[in-house]
Design a protein around this ligand. Structure first.
Ligand SMILES: C[S@@+](CC[C@H](N)C(=O)[O-])C[C@H]1O[C@@H](n2cnc3c(N)ncnc32)[C@H](O)[C@@H]1O
Length: 274
């Protein structure tokens, strides 16, 4: 399986994890990724701000979950370890928190493994969100996470890479199935709500030239991922509106989306598994 993913490594083709790394100011990206980000900025000049706002949502949500007593995280589509990784945020409050990072990009996982080699309570594995059963049964996942206790499943800007909506719904259901009551599901997802149709179409077309094309979804489609779960306040909202806090962080975008949060074009919600 890991050889299969490694064979997908093509540094001349832009890749979402490395484009995102570039937008966050990281160094693990190549010329093709920087060119793709430049093109995306031409279509939507807020692209970098959107990525940073999404990363800041991730920080806030991990802080919230740790405050709820969560000390286990399964982070699907974790990306390249740049600023404020999940384990760094969690360990500020609970150094014992366990985190499994999963990504389809071998570059992201190689860098993650290098960074994590001396941190036994955190690991990173190659995996495809289309194949939840493979990920859930992976020996490293089984060894590190205790499925008899609550776990936070993070699907932060990853479900839009599962293009077929029933398959995305099925993936969420399969990932949630073994989680005990008191676990949490976190989703942020690109949306076409209140976006200019032309901009959405051009950005999606641009994503077709990357290793992982994406499709935005409507609020109704994203809401359905939470079916049967207890969606917490403030519900499904644009990322800057999810429990904002006034503290500045390297990824915070305090002014840009203050008056027009819909410009972030990403909806987010957190639900409790009953
Ligand atoms: C925009 S980044 C998000 C990183 C991180 N979750 C965050 O929000 O800061 C999306 C990540 O999803 C990964 N990805 C895309 N398709 C995937 C799939 N089918 N399975 C697992 N990861 C995937 C990409 O490689 C990339 O690292």
């Amino acid at each position: 399986m890991e050889e299969f993913y490694a064979s997908r490594l093509d540094l001349d083709k832009p890749n979402p994890s490395r484009i995102y790394d570039c937008a966050l100011g990281g160094y693990h990206n190549f010329a093709a990724d920087r060119a793709a980000l430049e093109q995306a900025m031409q279509v939507n000049p807020h692209t970098v701000a959107i990525c940073r706002a999404n990363r800041d949502f991730l920080r806030r949500v991990v802080e919230f979950l740790v405050a709820q007593g969560i000390d286990q995280f399964l982070d699907i589509g974790s990306g390249i370890p740049t600023v404020a990784n999940v384990h760094e945020v969690a360990h500020r409050t609970n150094p014992e928190a366990r985190v499994v990072y999963v990504d389809i990009d071998p570059v992201a996982i190689t860098h993650s493994q290098e960074i994590l080699k001396d941190i036994p309570q955190v690991t990173a594995i190659l995996g495809d969100a289309h194949q939840p059963a493979y990920i859930l049964s992976h020996p490293k996942v089984q060894a590190l996470l205790d499925f008899n206790r609550p776990i936070a499943l993070l699907m932060v800007t990853v479900l839009h890479y599962i293009l077929h909506t029933p398959q995305a719904e099925d993936a969420v259901r399969t990932f949630c199935a073994p989680l005990v009551s008191g676990s949490f599901l976190v989703i942020s997802h690109g949306t076409n709500e209140q976006a200019l149709p032309d901009v959405v179409a051009r950005l999606e077309k641009l994503s077709d030239s990357t290793s992982n094309p994406l499709r935005n979804r409507s609020r109704a489609e994203i809401t359905r991922f939470f079916d049967g779960l207890e969606l917490l306040d403030p519900g499904l909202v644009f990322i800057p509106q999810w429990r904002p806090d006034p503290r500045l962080s390297p990824n915070a975008t305090p002014y840009l989306f203050e008056r027009e949060p819909e410009r972030s074009q990403v909806l987010a919600g957190v639900a409790r598994i009953p």
